[in-house]
Write a protein that binds this ligand. Structure first.
Ligand code: NAD
Length: 310
């Protein structure tokens, strides 16, 4: 039987996610949104494109969260994107009200699903989704690290004039201002980046990566990035559906790793058919560990804010 991916939210990220999943022939897709006609219209448009990318498969739209039923993977993208001048924390309350019912519906109608959360503020929304479903933490993960690493890879590729495909990078921490790019674990064709780019320039590129989302918000004015975010979510969906054992950074529940507890944060994990199959605990330098722990503290503060009824 063909696998099913339910994408909650048929906006920019959700529709692009649905498109990439369908185009790669990874699964049937159900697109869900509160706006009447929107998910149905976009799904029908994609269904009509399917013959052109030589894939079968069904793409459907629905306004009912119960349509997550039978999904192997649920991708949560519904929610407001950041507007210029708006911090991720400003999004907290509005998006928590959207995530809660989506998580309830997933718990009720797709109790065995793996969940990829994209809605911002990412680490907090992943935590909330996990809490509301009561799923094992292995099955709920947030998408941010793959995107942040892809941004770093792209900037390094531009800097050196090489293919982004040859650049490997690891960005850890929360998906926000306190994210932790790790130049030490960044390489081009196996060559450490520290051998190729001076330290001061690496620091500038790392900062541009930290500001990567904001730079696009500033340009677009009425929305935030979605091509690379959707592509990053689909990397995770593919790893889950086809049990790829990818070693990638994702936001997952930490239970003592890196000295952090009860907080979702971006760390290297192994993604496979069961979800988060392993959390890697890297030996970090004191500076790197301090940056990661600070990032964890920021996320924990937002989680606490939600818990007191934001
Ligand atoms: N984790 C990341 O790295 C990352 C990257 C990009 C975007 N995001 C986040 O993803 C989210 C979506 O971004 P976007 O650009 O697609 O926004 P968008 O505005 O284009 O789409 C959001 C969609 O959610 C729908 N929606 C709102 N409330 C809903 C509800 N209760 N049930 C179902 N659908 C509902 C809206 O109708 C809209 O179609 C935002 O929170 C954004 O910040 C995260």
């Amino acid at each position: 039987m063909k696998q099913k991916v339910a994408v909650i939210g048929a906006g920019n990220v959700g529709a692009s996610t649905a498109l990439y999943v369908a185009e790669r022939g990874l699964a049937d897709v159900t697109l869900i949104d509160i706006v009447e006609g929107l998910p149905q219209g976009k799904a029908l448009d994609m269904q009509q494109a399917a013959p052109l990318w030589h894939q079968g498969g069904r793409i459907e739209g629905s306004n009912d969260l119960a349509a997550v039923a039978g999904a192997d993977v649920v991708v949560m993208t519904a929610g407001f994107p950041r507007k210029p001048g708006m911090s991720r924390t400003d999004l907290l309350k509005a998006n928590a009200d959207i995530v809660r019912p989506a998580a309830e519906a997933t718990k009720q109608h797709a109790p065995g699903a793996l969940v990829v959360v994209v809605t911002n503020p990412l680490d907090v929304m992943a935590h909330l989704f996990w809490k509301v479903t009561g799923f094992p933490s292995q099955r709920v993960m947030g998408m941010a690290g793959i995107l942040d690493s892809a941004r770093l890879r792209a900037f390094i590729a531009l800097e050196l004039g090489v293919s982004g495909a040859d650049v490997q990078a690891m960005v850890l921490g929360g998906h926000g201002d306190s994210m932790v790019p790790l130049p030490r674990f960044t390489s081009v064709g196996g060559i450490p980046i520290t051998e190729l780019i001076p330290a001061a320039r690496i620091a500038e590129i790392a900062q541009r990566t930290r500001d990567g989302g904001a730079e696009i918000v500033k340009l677009l004015k009425t929305g935030s990035a979605y091509y690379a975010p959707a592509m990053s979510a689909v990397e995770m969906v593919a790893a889950l559906l086809t049990d790829q054992k990818r070693l990638v950074p994702c936001s997952v529940l930490l239970e003592g790793q890196y000295g952090l507890k009860d907080v979702f944060l971006g760390v290297p994990v192994m993604l496979g058919g069961k979800g988060v199959e392993k959390i890697l605990e890297l030996k970090l330098s004191p500076d790197e560990l301090a940056a990661l722990q600070k990032s964890g503290k920021d996320v924990a503060a937002s989680i606490a804010e939600l818990a007191v009824g934001v």
